[in-house]
Design a binder for this molecule. Structure first.
Ligand SMILES: [Zn+2]
Length: 310
């Protein structure tokens, strides 16, 4: 059936090439053979960046392509699709969402069956989490992007992962792993067996302050497991991890441990949540981008999580 494979290279994929033609391709780098990544900017979503604030990418097999996170708006997804089409004319068989946050899932509409033919894949808990937040997420993206949010909608996964699952792109398999509650309650990582590249999603933040939207204690446990199987290269959800990923994991672990220890100590000392928010983790200011936007929220979340522990 080699001729059929050849044909997919020679002919434009129906629906995709034309639709993506209006969007300028996002810049992508090939970080390992057949593995492409667009580096998101460190900022909040806006009409200028179209919500492209997270790292997104795609992996090219012999039969088809898998997209890993679709960007922060339909427009961002179209730009990612245009970048993909510069590299490959193969069908996009999967869009894998690493978790529910808008900057990772709101490009889905550019890739699904009616657009580019892809099946959306996510953690077994992704659909419930996205549905619960759908209204708020859509309101916010419309505020942040204005008219550029046009066409952005929630597209739920139709293939789910509750433990691990392998998917085949033709001559290349990806290992998907659904994690217990950590950054969120629906974190999913993607490991490319051919190049040992790990897409960690927001289980790993580099440079940009992490946001705790699941469980602080859970996240610390998951971080210890992230290295199995041992990756050669790691794509973080935000910031560059690359081949220096062990240091990036250590840095994130330091921050989360410090928030855990100091919040726990504040609770035991009878401090109020307001006092804890003002005091905990102050030494981390200057070590993370967007610290003032998220750190206080992280301490608030940690306080709520740890308040009633034994
Ligand atoms: Zn996230």
């Amino acid at each position: 059936m080699r001729w059929l494979w050849l044909l997919t290279w020679l002919l434009p994929w129906p629906g995709a090439a034309g639709a993506a033609g209006d969007a300028s391709p996002l810049p992508v780098a090939e970080v390992a053979p057949g593995v492409f990544v667009h580096a998101g900017v460190h900022g909040e979503a806006s009409a200028e960046n179209l919500g492209s604030i997270a790292n997104v990418g795609f992996i090219v097999g012999e039969r088809c392509v898998a997209v890993i996170d679709s960007g922060g708006s339909r427009a961002a997804g179209m730009r990612l699709l245009a970048a993909l089409r510069k590299v490959s004319a193969l069908p996009v068989c999967y869009v894998i969402n690493t978790h529910m946050h808008p900057d990772h899932v709101f490009g889905n509409a550019a890739f699904v069956a009616e657009a580019a033919g892809a099946t959306v894949v996510g953690h077994a808990k992704l659909a419930a989490a996205l549905t619960a937040r759908e209204r708020g997420y859509l309101e916010r993206i419309r505020q942040e992007l204005g008219e550029a949010a046009a066409g952005t909608r929630v597209v739920l996964p139709t293939m789910t992962v509750s433990d691990t699952k392998e998917i085949d792109l033709g001559g290349r398999t990806l290992l998907l792993r659904a994690w217990p509650t950590a950054h969120t309650d629906n974190d999913l990582s993607v490991f490319d067996r051919s190049t040992r590249t790990l897409f960690a999603g927001d289980l790993l933040f580099v440079e940009r302050i992490p946001s705790i939207d699941g469980s602080l204690r859970g996240w610390l446990k998951v971080l210890a497991e992230l290295r199995r199987p041992e990756p050669a290269y790691v794509v973080a959800g935000h910031g560059e991890a690359g081949a220096n990923w062990p240091q990036a994991v250590t840095r994130l672990h330091e921050y989360l441990s410090l928030v855990l220890d100091q919040t726990r100590a504040a609770i035991r000392a009878g401090r109020t949540i307001q006092q804890a928010v003002a005091e905990v983790g102050a030494s981390e200011r200057g070590r993370w981008q967007l610290f003032d936007d998220y750190h206080r929220r992280n301490v608030t979340a940690a306080f709520a999580e740890l308040e009633w522990e034994d």
